[in-house]
Write a protein of this length. Structure first.
Length: 566
């Protein structure tokens, strides 16, 4: 009774209820025996949010809600084992994370000292609390335990063999009807759905489903690194591949040739696209699904990782009335995301923007996007020729792959169009020498080229567990680290014990000036171009990465693995 009265006193002190309302609630409680908070809500004197906000303020405990993404337990941290679902539901508590000997839980009634003591005994950990409403905790419990139960059950069922699907050899040929029937069996449909959903929840960019002699490998690429996931049984490989093919509208009977396709799903009111690639291997078909979640993609130049001067130079280049702009770097360096962020910033009713891509990764409102189809003659070059008859202001070319495409890009830039594209070179200066090497005349390149950006992606240190690191004196001198405090990865529940969470871009931004244009005419080598660009204030990829290290954003190990030391 004292616990309930204390809650009433807190609400009274915070001005949430009056003394008259509290007295009425206490009388009702004496008759019904319910909790005072539930009675106050039932009498419409307060809302659940009023109660938890007042408790959080008085007890100095953070208040979290489902909509803030803070009420989501850490994946793969064994929290569902520490606190079982039945206990969580009965006591309105959900574990959020564990760090060494402490566990953080969201709770509806932080005044229930017996419950807190039970959690401490059950987990063997000290308990850190946050408060949340009853309805939010119930929804969070359903999402967390429900998803894990389903995934565990689906994987477990996949090993039951004949109870679900008969064992077949990888060489066995099945009719199309049988392939479709197997792919649409309930366990297979559920398993594929859960594989996709878990990948989205864990921020994966790719899903790899790979067949080997006696097993399937299932991996998610998260922040650029592949992570093993408990795989289904080997005999479900063919039905899973067939299911993905059906979704992607691919030929399920063709197992000898590579195929590409895609499909879309709707999850929590947001559309997510999957780009699918299937290739034949000696043990069967390998499937890779690229996840394209536009709502989570950072299509904003200001948040990609460029520093202030780099951002100023990029914006100076992209707001030019005409010219040629290149983004360079290896596959997976974030070039396409940067291009989309630029188009997002440039789009306007006053501008006619057209793109030609392979493939179209994100569909942008207000921009005309074209998917190339070489099999019918729709190539980058042929699309660009047609674009010039469409009165464009800005053109984006997914990639310059040959001399024909490069020449059209240069001519378009010289005739009053802003052209953006990508090229595979290791740094910005090499872009100039590459274009000259493939056959672009230097006298045409010199007046058309206005900006080159080379970039890489580096993983960000988890802010909750990063720890100081003391490099050697030789490292400090060689890498010009000064006496800045350097951090390294450690690993905790919030980052799935990886030590990193999310990625940012590091870049070198080369805005062309007269000195650099003179070097183009002279056909100078990339080292000379780099030297002059640095004298003009360009920060190299390595310098950009080491700057992120000094700011505590990434680790020295990550910075050096992503860039070459100058």
């Amino acid at each position: 009774m004292a616990t309930y009265l204390r809650l009433g006193e807190i609400l009274l002190k915070e001005g949430v209820i009056t003394q008259e309302q509290l007295d009425k609630a206490i009388k009702t409680q004496q008759k019904e025996g319910s909790r005072i908070g539930e009675i106050l809500v039932k009498l419409n004197f307060v809302t659940e949010q009023d109660i938890v906000a007042a408790l959080g303020k008085q007890l100095k405990i953070p208040y979290v809600s489902l909509g803030s993404d803070l009420l989501k337990p850490q994946i793969d941290s064994q929290l569902d084992i520490l606190i079982p679902k039945e206990f969580a539901l009965k006591n309105l508590v959900i574990p959020l994370s564990r760090n060494m000997s402490s566990i953080t839980c969201a709770i509806y009634d932080p005044l229930d000292v017996i419950l807190i003591d039970n959690i401490r005994k059950m987990t063997g950990c000290e308990v850190n609390l946050v408060v949340a409403t009853k309805s939010d905790i119930e929804k969070a419990i359903d999402q967390f335990y429900g998803k894990r139960d389903l995934l565990k059950q689906a994987v477990k069922e996949s090993y039951l063999g004949d109870a679900l699907v008969e064992e077949i050899s990888s060489e066995e040929e099945l009719s199309i009807d049988r392939l479709i029937a197997r792919a649409e069996e309930a366990p297979v449909v559920k398993l594929v759905d859960l594989i996709l959903k878990q990948a989205i929840d864990e921020r994966a960019s790719d899903i790899h489903i790979e067949p080997f002699k006696a097993r399937i490998s299932l991996r998610y690429r998260i922040d650029g690194v592949l992570h093993e996931i408990p795989p289904p049984a080997k005999h479900l490989h063919l039905p899973i591949v067939s299911r993905v093919k059906i979704l992607s509208k691919l030929d399920i009977a063709e197992k000898r040739l590579p195929q590409d396709g895609g499909f879309s799903v709707k999850l929590e009111e947001r559309a997510i696209d999957f780009r699918v690639s299937v290739i034949p291997t000696i043990y069967g078909e390998k499937v890779v699904l690229r996840i394209l979640d536009k709502d989570k993609a950072k299509l904003d130049l200001a948040v990609l990782g460029f520093d202030k001067k780099q951002l100023e130079d990029i914006r100076k280049g992209i707001h030019s009335p005409y010219g040629l702009i290149f983004f360079t770097g290896p596959t997976g360096s974030g070039k396409t995301t940067t291009l989309y962020a630029i188009l997002n910033e440039l789009k306007s009713p006053k501008e006619n923007i057209v793109t030609v891509e392979d493939p179209v990764e994100y569909r942008l409102e207000g921009i005309n996007q074209v998917q190339i189809k070489p099999e019918i003659g729709l190539t980058f070059a042929s699309a660009l020729r047609s674009f010039l008859r469409q009165d464009p202001d800005i053109m984006m070319v997914g990639e310059v792959r040959d001399l024909d495409t490069a020449q059209i890009c240069v001519r378009s830039a010289l005739t009053g169009h802003l052209v953006l594209s990508t090229l595979h070179t290791n740094d910005a200066p090499s872009c100039i020498t590459r274009l000259i090497d493939i056959g672009i005349e230097s006298y045409l390149l010199m007046p058309s080229l206005i900006l080159i950006v080379a970039q890489r992606l580096v993983r960000k240190l988890c802010p909750d567990c990063k720890e100081p690191y003391e490099p050697s004196q030789e490292e400090r001198q060689r890498l010009d680290l000064g006496q800045d405090l350097i951090y390294k990865a450690k690993g905790c529940d919030k980052c799935a014990h990886v030590g990193y969470k999310g990625r940012i871009c590091v870049a070198e931004v080369m805005l062309l000036n007269d000195a650099l244009r003179d070097l183009i005419v002279e056909k100078a080598n990339s080292q000379k171009i780099k030297e002059i660009a640095r004298n003009n204030g360009m920060r190299t990829l390595t310098e950009s990465a080491l700057s992120a290290v000094k700011q505590g954003i990434t680790s020295l190990e990550e910075a050096l693995s992503a860039t070459l030391v100058d």
